[in-house]
Design a protein around this ligand. Structure first.
Ligand SMILES: [Zn+2]
Length: 284
C-alpha cells in the first residue's frame, strides 16, 4: 500500500461537520500518513483550530482565500497573528482568482501581500490558489508578478524560509511556462483531481517535468472529486491515491517509491514544530 499524502484537505468544511473523524480514519486506513488542513477564510481558520485537537497527526494552515479578500479584510491582521501557533505549518490558502469575480483584483493583491509578509517573517510557506477565466492566464501572471516583487524574490528572500520552498502552487492549474516559472522561483507544485478535467490537459504534459523533490499530492476535499471516487458529490482525503496513481503513470514511475518521496517532500516543505509529538512514521 503506498503512503498517502494529502497536502490540502479541508476537513473543517461544513460538509465534514458530522463525520470528519471517520473521514480522517478512512484516510488512515487507506494508508494516509500526512494531512494538511488549510483554511480559506476567518471562519474556516477558526474551524481548523477547532478540529485540530481531534486530529493530532495532521497539520494546519490559516489564511484568507482571494474570494473573501474584501469580506475578511477587517479581521485579517488578527487572524494572521495566529500563524505563530505551533500547529500552523503554512500560510493559506490565499492567492489570485480571476475566474470568479468575488473580490476586486487590487484587494486580492493586497490580501496576498499581507500573507507573504507573514510567511516570510515566520519562515512558513504560502499555499497559493490561482485560477483564471477559461483559457486565460491573467491570474497566473499576476501571481508571479506579486511573488517577484515580494520578500520571497528579494535578495536573501530564500533565507527567510531556511532554504525550504517558499510557496506551494495548490491544485496547480495553468501552462507549462507558468509552472516552470514558479519552480524557478523555488516553489513546489501540488496536484489535485483538477488534473483529470479535459480543460486542464496541460497538466498531463508538465507533471513529468516537475522535479521529484518539489511534487505534492492533494485532494482539496470536499471539492474537486476525481473520476473513480466512491462519492462523486464529496471528495475526501482517502481518494488521493487516485491522483497519485495518475501522476505515477504520467511520469512513468512506480507508485510506491513516488508516494514515499512525496511524503518526504511534505516533511521537508512543512517542518513540524519540535514541541509537538512527531508525525506518523513512514514505515514500509
Ligand atoms: Zn482549497
Amino acid at each position: 500500500m503506498p503512503l498517502l499524502t494529502d497536502a490540502h484537505g479541508h476537513l473543517q468544511a461544513d460538509r465534514f461537520n458530522d463525520d470528519y473523524q471517520q473521514v480522517a480514519q478512512r484516510a488512515r486506513d487507506a494508508g494516509m500518513v500526512r494531512l494538511l488542513i488549510p483554511s480559506y477564510g476567518i471562519e474556516s481558520s477558526d474551524g481548523a483550530f477547532r478540529i485540530a485537537p481531534d486530529l493530532p497527526w495532521a497539520d494546519l494552515a490559516i489564511g484568507i482565500h482571494p474570494y473573501t479578500a474584501v469580506a475578511d479584510a477587517p479581521g485579517r491582521a488578527a487572524l494572521l497573528q495566529r500563524a505563530t501557533d505551533s500547529r500552523v505549518v503554512a500560510i493559506g490558502e490565499t492567492g489570485i482568482d480571476t475566474k470568479r469575480d468575488f473580490a476586486p483584483l487590487a484587494a486580492q493583491i493586497e490580501n496576498l501581500e499581507a500573507h507573504i509578509e507573514v510567511a516570510a517573517a515566520l519562515g512558513k510557506p504560502l499555499i497559493l490558489h490561482c485560477r483564471s477565466l477559461d483559457d486565460g492566464d491573467e491570474a497566473q501572471r499576476q501571481l508571479l508578478a506579486t511573488l517577484k516583487s515580494s520578500a520571497i524574490s528579494a535578495p536573501g528572500g530564500a533565507k527567510a524560509f531556511g532554504g525550504r520552498v517558499p510557496f506551494i502552487l495548490h491544485s496547480a492549474s495553468g501552462s507549462a511556462a507558468y509552472v516552470e516559472e514558479a519552480l524557478a522561483l523555488g516553489g513546489a507544485v501540488s496536484i489535485s483531481g483538477l488534473a483529470f478535467r479535459p480543460e486542464e490537459s496541460a497538466t498531463g504534459e508538465w507533471v513529468r517535468l516537475i522535479p521529484r523533490d518539489r511534487l505534492l499530492t492533494e485532494t482539496d476535499a470536499p471539492w474537486l472529486t476525481m473520476p473513480g471516487a466512491p462519492d462523486p458529490r464529496r471528495n475526501e482525503p482517502a481518494n488521493v491515491g487516485l491522483t497519485l496513481a495518475w501522476i505515477a503513470e504520467r511520469r512513468g514511475e512506480p507508485v510506491e517509491p513516488l508516494a514515499r518521496a512525496i511524503a518526504e517532500n511534505y516533511d521537508r516543505i512543512f517542518p513540524r514544530d519540535a514541541t509537538l509529538p512527531p508525525r506518523l512514521e513512514l514505515a514500509l
